[in-house]
Design a protein around this ligand. Sequence first.
Ligand SMILES: [Zn+2]
Length: 132
Amino acid sequence: MPKGTSDITQLACPLCGGSVSAHGCPRCHLSAADIDRHYSTSGRSARSLADSIRSRFVGLLVYAGMVAWSWWFMPTVFLFVLPGALVGGYFHAIRGHAVTGALVCFTIVVILPLLLVAAGLTGLFADVTGGH
Ligand SMILES: [Zn+2]
């Protein structure tokens, strides 16, 4: 629940759910600023910070796995996957915008090569039709 930022000691720790001192959570070593930011930005349940940390970690694994996969199995798309995963992972893990990261990654990895392929095919078709 959004409680505002006035009195942090009224809040429960977003990680362990325990009581919070003016300096943060003594058990999780979360600073008061972290807890304050958690409640003022997300304003969701006490579990959401732990969930978001887990989902960021999973997201990083997914992006890293994607890069590794393309490196081994589809080296031709690696040049698209690497920056796509870097940008997607940045939005996902650093900024906490999983959807934005996925969209940006999708655009770089899928849309951009499709556009290039489409452009290449268009040129190829032009050559074919021009030759006959
Ligand atoms: Zn805690």
